[in-house]
Design a binder for this molecule. Sequence first.
Ligand code: 13P
Length: 256
Amino acid sequence: MTSRKKFIAGNWKMNKTSADGVTLVRDIVAAIGKQADVDVVVCPPFTGLESAAAALEGSNVKLGAQNMHFEASGAFTGEVSAPMLRAIFATHVILGHSERRTYFGETDEIVNKKVLAALKNQLRPIFCVGETLAERESGATLKVIQAQIERGLEGVSKEQAAGVVVAYEPVWAIGTGKVASTAQAQEVHAFIRGLLSNLFTDAVAQKVRILYGGSMKPANAPELLAQKDIDGGLIGGAALEARSFVELVNAAIAIK
Ligand code: 13P
């Protein structure tokens, strides 16, 4: 038996104007806004955060950003900081997503700085790791995950670590329709929990939620979410429509 609350987060990526985002948030809130069995977070693009925050008010659905800079303020054109996100009621922030690593050159070192800055500002990181197809095919998956976890969480204290949410997103499964098998996902999730136990303590590792991300849909979610070390999902495509996102939340509630 696990005492970890399941966690479903929607990563909207670069989709939805703020008006479209409000429509989506309203539909989500109407369907599952009052339930408290599962933690639910929506992560609109920066331009939709403030209006989404207003639409979420009074519900149990939380707000997350998709990225942030590690400095609090300064000459960093185009960037936003943790205090700015806190000021518009964000509680979570996705960090180290593979799209940030691949297209925007984010290294483990940069991701680590962001994780530390988020924690310092009471924002909960949804810290992403995952291997590419070439890495999986060459048998390097666990080595890659270990390096990303160890470097990304360097300097995080035991107390802080329990509040970090880790997302395992195999790069080859993102937006491709190719979901990792439950066995493949559970193996990596268990491995990550073991790493967290070594880095922090077993008690901390037992508290950390480890999400699966990569083509998670209502059809495959129940089996994934039933795995011992899969505590939820980081959802891309299926988070863009209320019906599928709500179905995913309900799948997590059914298992909790
Ligand atoms: P998809 O669910 O569209 O595969 O995206 C997963 C993801 O990258 C979530 O962060």
